[in-house]
Design a protein around this ligand. Sequence first.
Ligand code: FES
Length: 575
Amino acid sequence: MSADGKKTGGPKGLHRGLTSYGDSGFSLFLRKAFIKGAGYTDKALDRPVIGIVDTGSAFNPCHGNLPQLIEAVKRGVMLAGGLPMAFPTISIHESFAHPTSMYLRNLMSMDTEEMIRAQPMDAVVLIGGCDKTVPAQLMGAASAGVPAVALVTGSMLTGAHRGERVGACTDCRRFWARYRAGEIDAGEIAEVNDQLVASVGTCSVMGTASTLACATEALGMMLPGGATPPAVTADRIRIAERTGATAVQLAAGALTPDRVMTAKAFENALRVLLAVGGSTNGIVHLTAIAGRLGIDLDLRRIDALGRETPVLVDLKPSGRHYMEDLHKAGGVPAVLRELKHQLHLDALTVTGCTLGETIDSAAAFAQSVVRPFAEPLYREGGIAVLRGNLAPRGALIKASAAAPALMEHEGRAVVFENLEHLAARIDDEQLDVRAEDVLVLKNIGPVGAPGMPEAGYLPIPRKLARAGVKDMVRISDGRMSGTAAGTIVLHITPESAIGGPLAWVKSGDRIRLSVSRREITLLVPQAELAARAAANPVTLPTAERGYLKLFLENVTQADQGVDFTFLRGRRQEPE
Ligand code: FES
């Protein structure tokens, strides 16, 4: 019987998923013989086996504390009577993945799913952190169906530059913009480069990694309080030890990921994503994770949640503070407490308790990072869903990080056909561009780039930056880093590379953005757009071999999570 009262059955521990030799007795005999080569005793091998996903990599400083975390998880597993078995999977870091980390997320999810499925484990601890790793692991675990608990590496510490507190990566972009504008020189930009990432761990603001950490806790797949301890703290190590113990508890039961990650749990996660001023990328990732379980996250519903969920957490890029401040202020439990009346409190978590029970057991105290529900940072959620003839299937804008003066704006389009075109022209002194124009970048969607890179944060043209322009309306079918800020319309769907309307925008066209009306409109008659499409039809990108071929032939659009069509789970009817 499991902790949640469900009957359990089937082979356990090393007896699970035997290698096919046509003789199961021999398969087990051989497996034990090999593992004994590593010095294990029969007593150890009789214990529940807890897999620990090791995503340590020299190319991934966001996961630089993996050795310490694995040691602590193992300690927790052994104290609770389990046998810890760490194993590697792909690791992805944002700045070390070409052409973009998103291109590899699905590959990592497949690696995670198949390694969980292939190797004998009764439960698994997923250690991720950097942006794409947590969603990839949850996607894989959702598909594998083995009880799983998530542990993140935790945020990096903040640094200091000439007396000013700084952290990746909102401040990386801010200082780089100042350098482009000529406000600071080459010496100072090199100096600040030493301070932006003050330790191992994930970005120190409410970027995508922090957003996913908080959403995963709200989803119920992580221990309460597990999202926010910084990477190098004792709290982070303690969470790791307790996560190991929880995995042993999960191994005894039947609390599989599909029983935790329900439609209600995803709504809870979306509420928290909106209330923390989270990343637009979080929407794509939650959509992909839900899709693995056959749950549709509808953009209209997400927009409705956004209208009634205020931004409560005062963190960059929407606010002032950093992740370590959110941790000291009580972390995600403090956010959940403020949102309690909007949450599905009966959603189960990996601890076996409901979310409501978790909230009730968290301590409350005075602090200034998580605002009371009645005194929010922003009345409406950080993300709005836009539609219109430019985005028939939707687009997103992070309204909490946009300039209020540009949220209702009409301007002339200045079009860049792709990333190369952008790089060649954006700083051209002859470029016909004014501050009130709308910068348009095509061909950075899931198929177009490929992999939907975070290039939606188009730089302000240098000549305008030098003149003091800090923000412009920018639109694309790509993504932007959760650490970035600006009036930036993203995820335009369908994308231009497959013939979405964005493909037919020309420089000089008028574009209207109205966040209040949730509208992004190309002010060109439909007949003219049809004529442009007929005169210049798109050619779909193709590849001859390998992962690129798999990717281009199977990737879905942003509204479906940019997952592969063949990885989606069977559709569940809404409750
Ligand atoms: Fe890894 Fe930001 S680069 S979390």
